[in-house]
Design a protein around this ligand. Structure first.
Ligand SMILES: Cc1ncc(COP(=O)(O)OP(=O)(O)O)c(N)n1
Ligand SMILES: Cc1ncsc1CCOP(=O)(O)O
Ligand SMILES: [Mg+2]
Length: 212
């Protein structure tokens, strides 16, 4: 089973990225998604190699945002694909069944398609506005998650759903009550000065028993 907390990396340079990822690993994150936008192929490859090495050292899962070929090249644990990235079934055909493939969703229909096409998990969002990503899809809010998770239940779709977008500690209990599996966060961890304490608090809430 997957960890319930995924850290999405931040940083405009290789050094910033490595610093942030290292801090997250040190503080107890065991699932990293490397998200390094608008960079040269050379720098992205160099960062990916370094992150792979770090994640191996910390026994953490390592997935790459957007770039399936990079994930394949460096033998990452998987890839996260958005609605405008490579299609999930195409990615599955290339990566095989042993790698993790996550897919972004903003609607129930997106989830249906991803589940049918062989995704391992869904990143459903945005929960609320965030500065971390440009061109956000429509904001779902708690009611959006509730509606979509109810439809999943009705249609017996059981793929794990990770909430994403502007999530803070106090959002976790209400979000978990909608039936999500976990969360993917970037700013919350990157910008916190007491990361170890934060991650412990996040995990306590994420792994508390919730009856849905
Ligand atoms: C876990 C998770 N969920 C959603 C996203 C968003 O992916 P995408 O829509 O492709 O946007 P970018 O991250 O590529 O800007 C994600 N990265 N991770
Ligand atoms: C990648 C992505 N996709 C939807 S919101 C988002 C950013 C999440 O980052 P943060 O946790 O800082 O809001
Ligand atoms: Mg993407």
């Amino acid at each position: 089973m997957y960890n319930k907390l995924q850290y999405i990396s931040q940083g405009n340079t290789i050094e910033e990225q490595l610093y942030n990822i290292h801090q997250a690993l040190d503080a107890g994150c065991d699932w990293i998604q490397m998200r390094f936008k608008n960079q040269t192929a050379k720098d992205t490859f160099a960062l990916a190699e370094a992150v792979k090495f770090l994640c191996e050292e910390y026994l953490a899962n390592f997935i790459v945002n957007d770039d399936l070929h990079l994930a394949e090249l460096i033998a990452a644990d998987g890839v996260h694909l958005g609605l405008t990235d490579m299609k999930i079934d195409e990615a599955r055909a290339i990566l095989g069944n042993t790698k993790i493939i996550g897919g972004t969703a903003n609607t129930f229909e997106d989830i249906q398609n991803h589940a049918k096409n062989g995704a391992d998990y869904i990143g459903l969002g945005p929960f609320r506005f965030t500065n971390t990503k440009e061109k956000l899809s429509p904001i779902l809010g708690l009611s959006g998650y509730f509606e979509i998770l109810q439809k999943m239940k009705k249609n017996k779709i059981t793929i794990p759903v990770f909430a994403i977008g502007g999530i803070t500690l106090k959002d976790i209990n209400p979000l978990m009550e909608t039936g999500i599996y976990g969360i993917a966060v970037s700013g919350l961890i990157t910008e916190n000065d007491e990361k170890e304490k934060l991650i412990q608090q996040l995990n306590e809430k994420l792994y508390a028993k919730v009856i849905v």
